[in-house]
Design a protein around this ligand. Sequence first.
Ligand SMILES: [Zn+2]
Length: 280
Amino acid sequence: MMRSILVIVFVLLISPLLLAAKGKKISKIVVDAGHGGTRDPGAHGSFSYEKDITLAVSLKLGKIVSDSMKDVEVLFTRTTDVYPSLTERHEIANKANADLFLSIHVNSTPFTYTKVLQGYKTVKKKRKTVKQPIYRKIQHHVTTRKGVETYVLALHRDSQKQKSIEENSENFTEDAALLNVNDPQTSIILAQYSQAFLSKSVNLGTRIQEQFGAQGRPDLGVKQLPLEVLAGSAMPGVLVEMGFITNPDEEEYLNSARGQEEVAMAIYKGIKAYKADVEK
Ligand SMILES: [Zn+2]
């Protein structure tokens, strides 16, 4: 009798610790190379597509994690130039009961236009002949913006913080598959994505940004958006925008072997710092 009581007491004491320990350990990481295939090349610069950069960096990152963290299993949402849907990407993470979801992307800026005077034409207006200018529209797709930003899921679209972020996110075009807040399914998704996941995601994002900062890359911060790509996976997750493909210097850098190694290393070191934080 005494013994069974002791066992019960022991179990009662130990079970929260076991649960906590289980939640703490980072043993499975999903690396999601953004975009892919002919269907979704992502953003483009003057000579490259986002989907190829995200794949190259994801594979490098996965290899570094596998080689350096023997207790961590890496899962990829794609390892070739194919397009898994967002649902398929989430399924990979959820079925594996992964601990972290990292979506790898490249930023871009919208096209801008300038009007250049080409000449004049004469038109008749109310018996008068009028001279009208002819303009040609020139499309620009380069920017001086540069640096790295990390996104976490915004739980409340109407929060003040969210609004201020959205106002600052005019350039966030390519990955702006935002949740429809009027859809009942969305509230279910957001309810599953708990506040605990959010604070962990912010921590991970902060750790990753710190590493980019240490490499001398401009740190554009951790931001919140109601991104569909982050909402479907039931675990902490971030979306890393590794630089601007529309900035010629960053496009060059992100396509170089050295640049891809450095970016993968910054993300790896961020994961390592986060892992140490939650497992201590
Ligand atoms: Zn993207």
